[in-house]
Design a protein around this ligand. Structure first.
Ligand SMILES: Cc1cc2nc3c(=O)[nH]c(=O)nc-3n(C[C@H](O)[C@H](O)[C@H](O)COP(=O)(O)OP(=O)(O)OC[C@H]3O[C@@H](n4cnc5c(N)ncnc54)[C@H](O)[C@@H]3O)c2cc1C
Length: 276
């Protein structure tokens, strides 16, 4: 049995020094994913672990006119206790559907976004509403959209020896959303994924459009989303079918799978935008 060395850094600065000394250091926030995903009774960890959930600077919440800013170690229950209206719809409903109350009391928003082996439930929603994240390393800090947590092949990516510190969640979410959790709804499995479609509809026109399918891989056609902006709604079945066919063909091309549920959900979301 390997004994791991566990660190409890006193500050973010100390944590960054630990990461500099060992870029392989495993960061543990709530630990629900790190521990919960191990099938065997005897848990296995890398040589060095750093626990971060006790750091006050990673738990702060502030609010401006445009966004809510939360520390990465804010728990999912903590997010739900924010005053009503602080989180844009449908985030409260999505968070409520994650795991169970015990998991939500421990699991953090940072851990949900930084899972290395798949996309967890919050990512597609936060990517759709253009949430921003602060990444800190010893080289400095930078803000980027959470959509950057997916690489070109649709796999999770996170910069080495870095930590996600804060997330800015826009207070205004698009006025149309349609989403469905597929597979096991209470525990992430290879079959589970989220289909999320969000759009801003104003004066019978599509002002913005986002469609993401995320599980072990993420699928999104940013360029195609842009081509739908300005389209008049309602869309007729003649308008919808070519869009569904395009998404379906690209899905097969990019993921290697022909997913009938994805095709049906794409069609349903476009139908709903059109009030059909
Ligand atoms: C029974 C059960 C049910 C679950 N159900 C769901 C579900 O329905 N939906 C869902 O989305 N998830 C689910 N999960 C998975 C998990 O609980 C959540 O995704 C949770 O939000 C992970 O947060 P955490 O703080 O526990 O992450 P941790 O386990 O602490 O960390 C997860 C990963 O993120 C990295 N990490 C954590 N914080 C940071 C940071 N600030 N910067 C850089 N890297 C970081 C860690 O190194 C690790 O790789 C479930 C888990 C269990 C055990």
């Amino acid at each position: 049995m390997r004994i791991s060395e566990i660190f409890y850094p006193n500050s973010l600065g100390d944590l960054l020094e630990l990461l500099k000394a060992n870029p392989e250091l495993l960061i543990v926030a709530g630990g629900t994913e790190v521990v919960g995903m191990q099938a065997s009774k005897s848990l296995s960890f890398p040589a060095q672990i750093a626990s971060i959930s006790h750091l006050p600077e990673l738990q702060k919440t502030t609010r401006s006119e445009q966004y809510l800013e939360v520390g990465c170690c804010t728990t999912l229950s903590g997010l739900l206790t924010l005053s009503s209206g602080a989180l844009p719809a449908p985030l409260p409903q999505v968070i409520q559907s994650i795991g169970n109350p015990a998991i939500r009391n421990t699991a953090t928003i940072g851990g949900n976004l930084c899972c290395k082996r798949r996309f967890m439930d919050l990512w597609p929603f936060l990517a759709c509403i253009d949430a921003q994240m602060e990444i800190r390393s010893l080289h400095g800090n930078r803000w980027a959209g959470v959509s950057h947590l997916s690489d070109d092949a649709g796999l999770p990516q996170f910069p080495e020896a870095s930590i996600l510190t804060r997330i800015r969640i826009p207070l205004h979410a698009p006025n149309f959303s349609f989403f469905k959790k597929l597979g096991n709804s209470r525990f992430p499995s290879p079959e589970s994924a989220y289909f999320v479609c969000m759009a801003e509809i104003s004066h019978d026109k599509i002002e913005s459009f986002r469609l993401i399918f995320a599980g072990e891989r993420a699928f999104r056609l940013k360029d195609h989303e842009a081509t739908l902006i300005g389209r008049r709604v309602p869309l007729s079945q003649k308008d919808i079918q070519p869009i569904v066919d395009y998404y379906s063909a690209e899905f097969v091309e990019k993921t290697g799978n022909d997913n009938y549920q994805f095709n049906a959900l794409t069609e349903e979301s476009l139908g709903r935008i059109s009030g059909q």
